[in-house]
Design a protein around this ligand. Sequence first.
Ligand SMILES: [Fe+2]
Ligand SMILES: [Fe+2]
Length: 297
Amino acid sequence: MNNYKDLEVEINILKDFLKLDYIFVSFKDKTLTVGNKDDNSNNLKLNFNEDSHIEISKKEKINEDDIKILKFFIYRLEKGYLENGNSDAYYSFNGLNGVKDENFLTNKKLKDEIVKILLKTIETKDIETYEHSKGVAYYSKKIAEKYNLNSDQIEDIEYASFLHDIGKISIKEHILYKPTKLREDEFELVKKHSEIGYKILSISEPLRNIANFVLLHHEWYNGMGYPYGLKGDNIPIETQIISIADFIETFLQGRNYLERKETEDLINELEKMRNVKFKGELVDRAIEVLKEKEKNV
Ligand SMILES: [Fe+2]
Ligand SMILES: [Fe+2]
């Protein structure tokens, strides 16, 4: 039972992004059907036994990029990432709210331990990313507290912040540490780090929520981010918080001005990104955190 919530999160992201009314997953038939309630003729049925068996019945409604996203989702179904038993499942937006994870306590302890190991791995491989990730966790936790999220959400935000750039361990050092501007093809490789991070983390059941947040941490509020170009609150609030904390940490780390000047500059930069990269309300909360920090230095 404890995978239902993950499946729901995934499906909600997909549904919003692809503008669909429903996604029907049949574990019995190994098929996935997406479509709209009022118009069955445009349903799309995909088989997730083998990639080569994917059948696209109605191509015209869904473009190639959307298919890529669905294939990635199917890949995870095939790997058992979202397997939840033998029964068929139909998910609507609020269909499974409140489903209780029976292994919550065990998973929590396990989650703490896995995060610790992974963070140590990052530290060993890449001290800069490690220091950066700790900084992001500091700011994201402060912003999340201001946003009145519950303690489970804040913990997931903190953990996802620690691990948000874990996918960078797969990027060659000459690209990762290149002192000059990256070429376009190099930048495309770097951009893969959020999906690679997702693939690393999502194999662990207790980390699947965190994996989703990591996958989306370079999405922009205005829809101009990657990998999916999700827009507005289709991006989970947890991810939005990590993303703004990432921006703050990168800005402060990359400059050697005095503290006062840094904060002023940063606030100006954040204002420019209001409703562009970040939700306006989060910009307000982030500025509050920065002003409070400055007062206490
Ligand atoms: Fe990143
Ligand atoms: Fe980052």
